[in-house]
Design a protein around this ligand. Structure first.
Ligand code: PMP
Length: 405
């Protein structure tokens, strides 16, 4: 496409082609239509958000410290938020200080800043296969060459990771970091086991490769599934950690954080100040007050119980509705399960087939650079009613039968 305006021989930068609608946002309107059942969006349930309490908290913060909160603040983030992060990270075994924490506008921004700081076009990043589509969009925008290491029911396979790292090095390519989503992974729902956490960290440390740990689901394990030690806790100098308030509190506030050694944190801060000067002070203050206050735990624990129950409802319905041979993961928390659909011919349009059944989901191909021949879909159970989950599984069963050869 050319642009007729004078002086614009080339309308956009090369990276423009990498900005595509996410598979979730592309179907957002259909997902809102009551004729459709949506198992697409990985959102916290709107009805479980503590809106009235947050309204009171915000009013109180503005009354008591309004002038400070409405003014420009520090590029590193509000002190209260950084202290709250110190307290949260301690619960996943990481001993950090406020100086190690950089506030971000959601962990999506953390992904962007880390990639921007480390990656030149053509540099290699290694991720899980499948991985988070939103991270793939970031890597693409910096022209990263993404490789993927398969995930099984215990998470990323460290032996295969070692093999890929060694092959890249032997081919003379620079691997800038290994991107891992360790708890209740998006999209697979799988948690990296404690043993594999140690192995992944060892494999990377032995080769002097940085780990980028993206851990927004750490605190949304089902009841009885508290977070495992973070990769950061195992090797603080070799791991940059991304956290987020989106799943443990409220995504609309857009508050996340990066934990990195102080010198690196300062460089990331400069990169961040060039983007947004600093994240919203009001959002940071509200998030900090909420997660250090008395109501966070009981509200979160109630949400975790609801998600566990919804997951059970969905998996039971899949057990009734799926044709033989279909496999799904058994999450211990988070928002997603990941299905493997054997016998679906290559090239079949899974989203189109789902829409024919008035069902919205995320087709698995979006989560791979080179999609494997066996097809997958991601289903979210976090925000659907029991009736939606059961009806969604029924429609999915009809869809799978329609597309299987
Ligand atoms: N990383 C992963 C693995 C995610 O699933 C998400 C949200 N879907 C994000 C990052 C971005 O989250 P945030 O709202 O904190 O920007």
């Amino acid at each position: 496409m050319t642009d007729a305006r004078p002086g614009l021989h080339r309308p956009f930068a090369r990276r423009e082609t990498e900005f595509r609608p996410s598979p979730v946002r592309a179907v957002f309107e259909l997902a809102m239509d009551p004729a459709y059942v949506s198992l697409a969006g990985g959102n916290p349930d709107t009805g479980l958000l503590p809106t009235a309490e947050v309204a009171d908290l915000s009013a109180q913060l503005l009354r008591e410290r309004g002038a400070e909160i409405l003014q420009y603040g520090s590029g590193a983030g509000a002190d209260a938020l950084r202290e709250a992060v110190v307290h949260l990270m301690a619960q996943t075994g990481s001993a950090v200080s406020g100086a190690d924490v950089l506030a971000t506008t959601g962990s999506q921004m953390g992904l962007d800043l880390v990639t921007k700081l480390f990656c030149d076009p053509g540099d290699v990043v290694i991720a899980e296969g499948p991985t988070y589509v939103g991270a793939m969009g970031v890597f693409g925008s910096y022209e990263v060459d993404l490789r993927q290491v398969p995930v099984d029911d215990a998470g990323m396979d460290p032996d295969q990771l070692a093999g890929v790292l060694d092959a890249e090095r032997a081919a003379g390519r620079t691997v800038r970091f290994v991107y891992v989503i360790p708890h209740h992974q998006n999209p697979s729902g799988v948690t990296l086991t404690a043993e594999r956490r140690r192995r992944v960290v060892e494999v990377c440390a032995a080769r002097d490769v940085l780990v980028l740990e993206d851990d927004p689901y750490a605190f949304v394990g089902f009841p009885g599934n508290d977070p495992l030690p973070s990769l950061h806790s195992l090797h603080p100098e070799g791991v940059v950690h991304l956290g987020s308030m989106s799943k443990l509190f409220a995504p609309g506030l857009r508050v996340g954080w990066i934990v990195a050694p102080p010198e690196l944190r300062a460089r990331l801060q400069l990169a961040g100040e060039a983007v947004d000067i600093h994240p919203s002070a009001l959002s940071q203050e509200v998030a900090a007050a909420w997660v250090t206050g008395p109501r966070w735990r009981p509200v979160l624990d109630a949400q975790r119980a609801v998600y566990a129950e919804r997951c059970r409802v969905l998996l039971d319905a899949l057990g009734r509705e799926m044709p033989p041979g279909v496999h799904w993961t058994e999450p211990s928390g988070g928002f997603f399960t990941w299905l493997t659909l054997p016998g679906v011919p290559p090239g079949t349009d899974l989203l189109g087939a789902a829409i024919e059944q008035r069902l919205v989901l995320v087709p698995g191909d979006a989560c791979f650079v080179d999609p494997p021949p066996t097809r997958h879909v991601r289903l979210a159970f976090s925000s659907g009613s029991d009736a939606d989950l059961i009806e969604g599984a029924r429609r999915l069963g009809a869809m799978v039968r329609a597309v299987q050869a």
